[in-house]
Structures are given as C-alpha cells and as structure tokens.
Design a protein around this ligand. Structure first.
Ligand code: HEM
Ligand SMILES: *[C@@H]1O[C@H](CO)[C@@H](O)[C@H](O)[C@H]1NC(C)=O
Length: 497
C-alpha cells in the first residue's frame, strides 16, 4: 500500500471521528432543547449547570458505569469536574429531566419542604415496591397511614415489646452459625435474621415455607431495583417484576387466612400485629383499606424493614473485626454494661442500650461510611429555587445522601472509618441523612439501630468473624455488598458470658 493510501485511511478515520463528534454534539443539543425549550428563555437560564445527554439514556450509562466499575463517586465527581462545585446539577435520568442535589443545605431544603416537593421515585421502582405503597400514595393518605404504621414500631413501648424477640433471634442465630465450622454467607444469614424479626412484627410470624418464599422473592426484587428497567427475560428487572407477583400472591394468601380466621372468631396471636391494624383501620369516611393497598404497604415495609438493617449489621461487624482497637474499645464498653446488670435481670433492657455510647458511634459511623441509602427521589410540584438555581415544576430531584456523607467539608477524612468522630458531635441538620429527613424520615430508624446494637452486643462479647475472601470485590447496586455475600465462619471465642 502506498503512502497516499495510508493518508487516505487517516483522513477517512478523521472524517468519521469528526462526524461522530458533530452528531454527538448535535443529538445532545437537540435533546437538551427538546426537554428544556418549553421552560422559556428566562427560566431556562436559571437552571443549574449540567446537560440532558442523549435521548432515552441520558446520564444512565455513566451512572451505571460508575457504580458497576467500583467507582460510584466518579458519577457525581464527573459533574463537579465538568460543571464546578455548584452542588446542584441538571441531568436526564430514569426517563425524566432530573436535578441532582449533592450538598447538605440543599438536601435539607428539599426534604423539609412538603409544600413544593412530593416523592418522585422512578416509575420502574414504584412498579416494584407497589403503586399503593408510601412511594406513590397521595399526601393525605401518606400522613394518615404513616401515623398508623409508624407509632407501633417506634418509641419506648414499642421497642420494649420487640426487644425480647430480637434478643432471642440474635442469640439463636449466632449459636446456630457457630455450632459448625462450615462457611456461611454472613450477609444472606443476617438478611434472614432481620427478615424474621420484621415478619414477626408485621405478620406475627409466618410458616417456614412462607418465609422461604418471601425471602427468595425479596432478593430478586432488590437486585432489580436499581437496574435498567428492561422487562425482558434474562434481565434483572424482569426477574424483579416476577418476584413482586410472587410476593403479592404469598401475602394475599396470608391476608386471606387472616380474614378467614377473624370471621370464624379466633385470631392467631394475643398481640395486635401490623396486619391486624391495617385490616381494621378506617379513614374519616369509614372506608377500610382494600387488599391491594394492605399488600403494597406490607411489601414496602417488609422490604425496607430488613434489607438495610441486614447490610449495616454485616458491615459494622466486618469493620469491628478489621479494626482491633475499635473492637477492643467497643467490647470493653459491653463488658462494663454486663457488669452493671443485676444478675436477676433476664436478657437486655432498653435502658442498657442507652449506656452503649461508643457502640452507637460505631453504628452511626457505619451508616455514614457504607453509603447505604445513596440516593432518594422527589418531584417538584411548583417552580422552586435551590441554592440559587431553578428546579422547574414537574422535574425530578435526586438527593445524593452519599455525596453529603463523603463531603470532606462536612466530615474530615471522609474515607476513614472513625467512630470517634461522633464523640460529642451533634451533626448539623442535613449533614447526616442515613434515614432521610422530614416527613419521610425512616419510621424504622430506632428499631433498626436497636436490632443492629443487639447483634453487635452479643457478637462483641462472644464471637469472631473470619472471612473467606477478606478483599472480595464490592458490588454497589442496589446496596454495597461483597460479591461473595461475606462468606465467612463465625466462631465462639468466649464461654463466660
Ligand atoms: C439501617 C437500616 C435502615 C436504613 C439505612 C433506612 C433508610 C431509610 C431512608 C433513607 C428512608 C427515606 C427515603 C426517602 O427519603 O424517601 C427510609 C424510609 C423508610 N423506611 Fe427505612 N431504613 C432502615 C430500616 C428500616 C426499618 C427497620 C423499617 C421498618 C420497620 C424501615 C421502613 C421504612 C419505610 C416504611 C420508609 C418509607 C417512609 C415514608 O415514605 O414515609 N426502614 N428508610
Ligand atoms: C463508601 O464510599 C466511600 C467513598 O467512595 C468508600 O471509601 C467506602 O469504602 C464506601 N463504603 C462501602 C461499604 O462501600
């Protein structure tokens, strides 16, 4: 081939690359114009920096690429790099024009403003959790049902009621895992354990078959939660949709049994569980909840009530085991508490947890460090200004809790696991958001902290975790977890407690 041919080839390559760049730029410009033109010139000029990207996918590729390649921070990082530290950006995600919010003050403003913002979860997520659950129901219904369902799981009396069951479930689980030297998937087992607890609280327990069916379906449901919403065989979202149908069927069965038992005049247990409350509640017009409403609320609660707690318990245990000094300090505190308990006392009491100051710091630091609820969704019902930028009516808002928790201006050395940073610290509003904030603050926050603390209490006093693959790769969606689900052995190391 002569020099001319090579030159020709390079020219062709240059022309093609040039054409791609031009077409790419043109497509982005047209998509941006299509999404934003209706705002009019003035409102458009008040939008935060950012771009709509390509039609359909928008920022989804770079979002999924960042999370799947093990560098989740590089997603918001790329906005900071390209558009500066405005903390508020515009993008196109989950099929909607979206404002990304990544700084504490702006997160707080959005979360506390019920007048101008409602929940705005992606359609695909709502389809999985349930259109009649909290993620999508109207404001007034949400207030009413939230009051009904949050009171029985929060506060001193409620937690006192559950403490015994949690304590027994935790000790039985630890005993069973340490009774053999086989490896267990520690995360999977912890999810099972937290699931057992939430099923007890909401359904008054369930048969082994029902438990297994529900557990399996919830795993599939969660794997599809942050995936691309492609409802075709072979895709995670498709499996998740099928899992939801199974959950509906199983819970409909439980509900039917319950209604049948009530008609016959006998109830399953002496305590009133959440299922009973949901069946009996009436609104101001005397209307009761339909089966599909009860089922969606249960699907939401049973999921929210075990997934995150299971993950946080696993990470807290791993961090304790990996940091001998932190372990020793936490263990010393638990030993002191054990010495202060009267020998006649049966099991732990709530007042014992009030004394677990350092353990509480370990749990808070884990909640911050694990980036568990990395994002939350809202939608603007009116034009609102945040940090000087316009959020147009109808646009979605993503609150990046993750960026807040990893902001070096809020937490010095944010990538260091350091429970002592919480000593004597009351975080500024909007800077610590593992449970959200405002009207949609997690109603299970105290229950979750209690469960996690009960587990760590027993673990610290008597057990050791040995991971099979301590440097296992982490997968970040839907929640950060080692890909081996923390394969490990649990060994009992002390008999004198
Ligand atoms: C470590 C464990 C947990 C974490 C990190 C967590 C985190 C969160 C967060 C961040 C939200 C707010 C989402 C938003 O801003 O829209 C939330 C909401 C919620 N959580 Fe939790 N949660 C945990 C445990 C629990 C437990 C144990 C329960 C059940 C008893 C629960 C039930 C719920 C429910 C029902 C909502 C929706 C509230 C509403 O929309 O009004 N969560 N959770
Ligand atoms: C949370 O994110 C930070 C920053 O990327 C990272 O250092 C930390 O390891 C993450 N935690 C988990 C459990 O993945």
């Amino acid at each position: 081939m002569g020099g001319g041919g090579v030159m020709g080839l390079w020219t062709a390559v240059a022309v093609v690359i040039g054409a791609v760049v031009v077409v790419d730029g043109l497509v982005r410009w047209v998509h941006g114009w299509y999404r934003e033109a209706a705002l009019g010139g003035e409102r458009r000029s008040q939008l935060p920096p950012g771009e709509m990207g390509w039609p359909v996918v928008g920022a989804m590729w770079s979002f999924l690429r960042a999370f799947k390649s093990g560098k989740p921070d590089s997603f918001i990082g790329s906005y900071i790099r390209r558009f500066g530290r405005s903390g508020v950006y515009r993008a196109f995600m989950f099929s909607s024009p979206t404002i990304l919010v990544s700084i504490p003050e702006a997160c707080k403003q959005v979360l506390m403003d019920d007048e101008n913002f409602v929940t705005g979860w992606p359609k695909a997520t709502v389809a999985l959790i349930g259109p009649k659950s909290f993620v999508a129901m109207p404001y007034e219904d949400h207030r009413r049902l939230r009051k009904l369902t949050a009171a029985p799981i929060n506060g001193f009396d409620a937690l006192t009621t559950y403490l015994g069951f949690i304590d027994r479930t935790v000790t039985a689980s630890l005993r069973s895992w340490s009774s053999h030297s086989n490896k267990i998937e520690f995360l999977t087992e912890l999810r099972r354990m937290t699931f057992k607890i939430i099923v007890q609280i909401f359904l008054g327990g369930a048969s082994d078959d029902t438990m297994r069916a529900l557990e399996r379906s919830y795993t599939d449901l969660n794997y599809g939660m942050r995936a691309m919403a492609i409802n075709l065989p072979g895709f995670a979202y498709h499996r998740a949709i099928r899992a939801r149908k199974k959950l509906v069927a199983v819970l409909q069965g439980v509900l039917d049994d319950r209604r049948a038992a009530t008609t016959k005049g006998f109830t399953r247990s002496s305590t009133v569980d959440m299922m009973a409350r949901l069946i009996e509640v009436e609104d101001e017009n005397g209307r009761r909840l339909q089966d599909d409403e009860i089922i969606d609320i249960l699907i939401m609660y049973l999921n929210a009530g075990h997934e995150s707690s299971g993950h946080i318990t696993m990470w807290a245990t791993v961090f304790l085991q990996e940091n001998p000094e932190i372990f020793a300090k936490a263990k010393a505190e638990q030993e002191a508490i054990m010495r202060s308990i009267q020998p006649t006392q049966q099991g732990l009491k709530l007042r014992d947890f009030r004394k677990m100051e350092y353990l509480s710091q370990v749990v808070d630091e884990t909640l911050r460090f694990v980036n568990i609820s990395f994002v939350s969704f809202r939608e603007a019902t009116k034009d609102v200004f945040v940090n000087g930028y316009l959020i147009p009516k109808g646009w979605k808002v993503q609150l990046w809790y993750r960026s807040v928790h990893m902001d070096p201006e809020v937490y010095s050395e944010p990538k260091k696991f350091n429970p002592s940073r919480w000593e004597g610290l009351t975080p500024r509003a909007g800077t610590f958001l593992p449970f959200g904030l405002g009207a949609r603050l997690c109603p299970g926050n105290d229950l979750a902290k209690l469960e996690i603390s009960v587990f760590l209490h027993h673990f610290l006093l008597g057990y050791k975790l040995t991971r099979a693959n301590p440097n296992c790769r982490i997968r970040y969606l839907p929640h950060p977890r080692p890909v081996d689900n923390c394969l490990a052995t649990i060994t009992k190391v002390s008999d004198n407690y």
